[in-house]
Design a protein around this ligand. Structure first.
Ligand code: Z5A
Length: 211
């Protein structure tokens, strides 16, 4: 009897315009071109009713207390957990653009308590790897469409970057930090070599949860 090998759960994190969407797309395209079942997702997932409230908040058409929007971002992940688990267990690799760590980084940067921010994430599926794209916030402001959404202000993004660094230290065992100022092509080839090793490594491992 053949045993189904599970897919890998890969997350991209970093400040706005650090290249997460670009690198997620390049990695997903590469894996698919090699015949590896791959699905891309991003958080917030804006199509659900919770996601639509988050979208209104991010585009500045709705105001909510910091605690409320934090819990809505988390609920948006929880509402997709079964779907994510099923995909992984049937052998599909998931490439996810932002996850719990963005939730913690943006809310703690507003001044909410770091541990309070982590609490609702506990029990969610833990990624096998997080690819953290890091560079100076100043260099990111020159990239396309910076400044259109609520959080895209330099001072705020600098605080977000500090919290991401703290999370990277806390979660060091499965975080991989990359210099996001290098070319998209160079980043892609570095990320690919880690991702390909990972796919083989995790296929027989049980899924884990955030703690
Ligand atoms: N948020 C939260 O508060 N709580 C949560 O729990 C979650 C999120 C999950 C949603 O943003 C917002 O929600 C976000 C955090 C908050 N804050 N804001 N604002 P989003 O995820 O929808 O944002 P995004 O659409 O993914 O975009 P982004 O993060 O701003 O960008 P990116 O994905 O990191 O970068 P990109 O789209 O790949 O590239 C940006 C530009 O740079 C583009 O013109 C590229 O061509 C260029 N680029 C990309 N790579 C390079 C390199 N290597 N060199 C030069 N130029 C490059």
């Amino acid at each position: 009897m053949s045993v189904v090998k599970r897919g890998a759960f890969i997350v991209f994190e970093g400040c706005d315009r650090s290249g997460k969407t670009t690198q997620s797309r390049l990695l997903a395209e590469l894996l698919k071109s090699k015949g590896i079942a791959t699905v891309s997702m991003n958080f917030p997932e804006r199509s659900s009713s919770i996601g639509q409230v988050i979208n209104s908040y991010l585009t500045n058409s709705k105001d909510l207390p910091d605690e409320v929007i934090h819990l809505m971002f988390s609920a948006n992940r929880w509402e997709h957990m079964n779907q994510i688990k099923q995909q992984l267990l049937k052998g599909t690799t998931l490439i996810v653009d932002r996850y719990s760590y963005s939730g913690v980084a943006y809310s703690a940067a507003k001044g909410l308590d770091f541990d309070w921010c982590y609490a609702p994430e506990k029990g969610l599926l833990k990624p096998d790897a997080v690819f953290y794209l890091k560079t100076s916030v100043d260099s990111l402001t020159n990239r396309g469409q910076y400044g259109e959404e609520r959080y895209e202000k330099v001072e705020f993004q600098s605080r977000v970057a500090q919290v991401f660094d703290r999370i990277c230290y806390r979660e060091a065992s499965y975080w991989h930090q990359f210099d996001a100022s290098q070319s998209a092509e160079d980043l892609h080839s570095r990320i690919t070599s880690i991702a390909e090793d990972l796919l083989q490594k995790v296929e027989a491992q049980p899924l884990d949860t955030l703690s």
